[in-house]
Design a protein around this ligand. Structure first.
Ligand code: ADP
Length: 297
């Protein structure tokens, strides 16, 4: 038998999943960390019980505008008078702080847990608020991610919310899986795609992921769907059109609507201004409002 000191020196807890030495103290520490004590389950349940609707925003691939959709749906709902939270669990590439001009904000503790950052009434939490520098990489293995996401729900003072929008990284990895497992009463998933990507298997994978986990697919949003010329108003289907609707029909899931390409979405996002607020009269902002209405009726 190894001495405790020797064990600690020799063992890297990051290797526990593959090492298989059940007698090792490091492995036990990791197991204990992963096993959720009963009082934590009660805490998680209590937090979730105060949030009426919980929606996860997913995509098959990166770059389709998933975070843009998550941010603008949350903002739109908040602007329509709902109490809304936005949880960014895109742990490796959090873009919510940039899109809302919140880079550099740090979390503070309150009487009832960590306080989300508030912007015009929208409560926002992102792993970006825990990084010393936006360029710092997050190096966490699967089970650690689950632990962090759990903390983002149970240790945060979300208060009473009408809606929690959860932005997860593209694909069907640890983060969406953790969200679906931690929130048994998830209302469902919004799946974001672009017209030219709908033929790819990735969106179908996201839909099948939800089906396998018993998560309702609330619907598909087709982003970057056509471009309306600001001068003459004529629509151009730059990336083809209607592919999202056709794919949704084929897969037997609802189609929630299309968001056109609008250069202001990218511009305002880079400037940290919420598009639906700053460009409220644009057709794209109207499309976001319509989708929120469908999701929250
Ligand atoms: P994802 O979360 O899928 O990786 P993002 O939301 O970060 O994608 O969007 C990728 C880029 O595309 C961002 O610069 C964003 O501002 C831009 N973008 C997203 N949707 C649109 C749109 N409808 N029109 C113009 N630019 C968009």
């Amino acid at each position: 038998m190894r001495e405790e000191n020797e064990e600690q020196k020799a063992c890297d807890p990051n290797q526990c999943e593959t090492c298989g030495d059940a007698s090792c103290a490091s492995a036990k520490k990791v197991d204990a960390h992963h096993a959720a004590p009963a009082q934590d389950d009660a805490k998680l349940k209590a937090r979730l019980s105060r949030i009426r609707r919980k929606i996860i925003v997913m995509s098959g691939k990166g770059g389709v505008g998933k975070s843009t959709v998550a941010v603008n749906l949350a903002m739109s709902a908040m602007l329509s008078g709902q109490r809304v939270g936005l949880l960014d669990v895109d742990l490796h590439g959090p873009s919510v702080p940039t899109m809302l001009g919140l880079v550099g904000q740090r979390l503070e503790g309150g009487e009832n847990g960590m306080l989300p950052i508030e912007i015009g009434g929208l409560k926002v939490l992102s792993v970006g608020f825990l990084l010393n520098h936006p360029d710092d990489p997050v190096i966490w293995r699967g089970p650690m991610k689950m632990g962090v996401i759990r903390q983002f729900i149970e240790d945060v003072d979300w208060g009473d919310l009408d809606l929690l929008v959860i932005d997860v990284p593209p694909g069907t990895g640890d983060e969406p899986l953790s969200v679906c497992q931690l929130i048994p009463d998830l209302d469902g998933a919004v799946i974001v795609t672009t017209p030219q990507k709908v033929a790819a298997v990735d969106v179908r994978k996201s839909i099948n992921f939800c089906k396998e986990l018993g998560v309702t697919v609330l619907g598909v949003v087709e982003n970057m769907s056509g471009f309306a010329c600001p001068k003459c108003g004529e629509g151009t289907p730059i990336l083809r059109a209607n592919g999202g609707r056709v794919m949704a029909e084929e897969m037997g899931v609802p189609f929630l609507g299309s968001i056109p390409i609008d250069p202001l979405i990218a511009e305002l996002g880079d400037e940290g201004k919420a598009f639906v607020e700053s460009a409220a009269s644009s057709p794209a902002a109207g499309a976001f409002r319509e989708i929120v209405r469908e999701l929250t009726v």
